[in-house]
Ligand binder design. Structure first.
Ligand SMILES: Nc1nc2c(c(=O)[nH]1)N[C@H]1C(S)=C(S)[C@@H](COP(=O)(O)OP(=O)(O)OC[C@H]3O[C@@H](n4cnc5c(N)ncnc54)[C@H](O)[C@@H]3O)O[C@H]1N2
Ligand code: MOO
Length: 391
């Protein structure tokens, strides 16, 4: 049984990065940028008024000023500001030649229809200067940025409407188990509904990966072999669940070996989620995840997500912080890294949720985080710090 960080290292190291392709800017959300994005102009492109007010020379602030022009955003100023002159100006408009400050409309006192005075001696310049945010040619976003809502406006600002991104892997999802029926069916007393595929497809969707869903395959060697072979005709990566432990019908590792895959991982020291096969054949990869839903959820977060990102050349690190635990917490066996579901209460403490083990998806659904107990730690006391991962 291999420890989490060692297993993760092996898995991520096998990822042969994918080439790049072009996508439209509005399809770039959750894609990984290939190459730097540079801007073709200064930002702001001109000295820009940060306020609605009057643009004038700072030295004239105590004087009565003649209003010579109105400048709205999108207008090219027509006149330069001279001694004791000002222009009415709107937020976002070009500060005219000669002016070095803008006083706010709230600080303006009308003397008569076209003359005005500033009532605030301490007015700021209220100008965003040309190039203060970026200079033409600057790199705005580096290679391998995972693009999300806060990056897309930078692409737009740089005019990068066609974005070079790394290709997404073709992923298939299948579940194995003779006991399984699809959710729309009423299970017989000896059957259960397949919940893993909805979970995995959603986890993939978070990464903008639309997987090919294959369906349920019974625990039959020939059928499984055929389905796995077909899946790899369409995909680089196959995620399957069930049949990876040591039972008589846990056929997956044997089939993968028969199909020429190297089994690089077969058991990892995490709880839940011990049985997990990671197998490779050239540029084809298979994760045989545990049939138990909470185990497969956690295996996806710990191993599959970083691996898929590595294929897309993004180094994924889960958000992990240390928080105090709300109450004493114990476990019997400390041989694996425990990931237990919890939530963060109003005092910023981690509260474990009621959890009955790796099939209890109801427990997981009320959780916001997984908190960790490392190998060798059987208990933590109220107030002890534990690592939590957001899910
Ligand atoms: N002798 C041993 N037995 C088991 C061990 C072990 O080390 N020695 N490990 C246990 C652990 S831990 C786990 S986890 C399970 C993993 O088994 P498999 O990954 O082979 O999964 P299955 O046996 O096929 O199924 C386990 C469980 O999950 C249910 N299941 C399966 N697929 C789905 C699905 N798509 N949706 C919802 N639920 C599913 C299945 O009915 C079983 O109840 O092995 C232990 N045994
Ligand atoms: O390791 Mo299993 O996933 O506990 O239930």
């Amino acid at each position: 049984m291999i420890e989490y960080t060692d297993a993760l290292k092996i898995i991520v190291e096998q990822a042969l990065p994918l080439p790049s392709e072009k996508v439209e800017i509005n399809d770039a959300h959750q894609r990984v940028l290939a190459g730097n994005v540079r801007i073709d102009m200064d930002m702001p492109p001109f000295n820009k008024s940060a306020m609605d007010g009057y643009a004038c020379r700072k030295v004239d602030l105590g004087n009565t000023l003649q209003v010579i022009e109105t400048i709205y955003a999108g207008k090219d100023p027509e006149k330069a500001i001279g001694k004791n002159q000002c222009a009415k100006i709107m937020t976002g408009a070009v500060v005219p030649e000669g002016a070095d400050c803008v006083f706010m409309v709230e600080d303006a006192e009308m003397v008569d229809t076209d003359r005005i005075r500033c009532t605030n001696e301490n007015t700021k310049n209220n100008i965003s200067y040309r190039g203060e945010d970026a200079r033409a040619g600057d790199s705005l976003l580096p290679d391998s940025t995972l693009l999300c809502a806060r990056h897309l406006p930078l692409l737009a600002m740089a005019g990068a409407t066609e974005v070079e991104v790394y290709k997404k892997p073709e992923v298939s999802v299948m579940v194995s188990g003779t006991e399984l029926v699809e959710p729309q069916e009423k299970p017989q007393p000896f059957q259960i509904r397949n919940s893993n595929s909805s979970q995995l497809l959603a986890q993939l969707k978070d990464m903008a990966i639309k997987a090919n869903y294959i369906g349920i395959t019974k625990d039959d060697e020939a059928l499984l072999e055929q389905t796995i072979t077909r899946a790899f005709e369409k995909s680089d990566v196959l995620l399957l669940t069930g049949g990876v432990s040591v039972g008589e019908y846990d056929l997956i590792p044997g089939i993968l070996q028969k199909l020429g895959f190297d089994i690089l991982i077969s058991k990892t020291a995490i709880q839940p989620g011990k049985p997990m096969v990671f197998a490779q054949k050239g540029k084809r990869y298979c994760f045989g995840l545990s049939g138990n839903p909470v185990s497969s959820f956690i295996q996806f977060e710990l191993y599959v997500r970083p691996f898929l990102y590595a294929l897309m050349r993004y180094v994924y690190r889960a958000m992990r912080v240390c928080l105090p635990i709300h109450s004493n917490f114990k476990r019997r066996n400390d041989a694996r890294l425990l990931l237990a579901p919890g939530f963060i209460n109003q005092n910023n403490e981690v509260e474990p949720v009621e959890f009955h083990g790796s099939a209890h998806i109801g427990g997981l659904s009320g959780a916001q985080v997984l908190f960790e107990l490392p190998i060798g730690i059987k208990e933590v006391k109220k107030g002890d710090l534990v690592y939590v991962r957001f899910i």
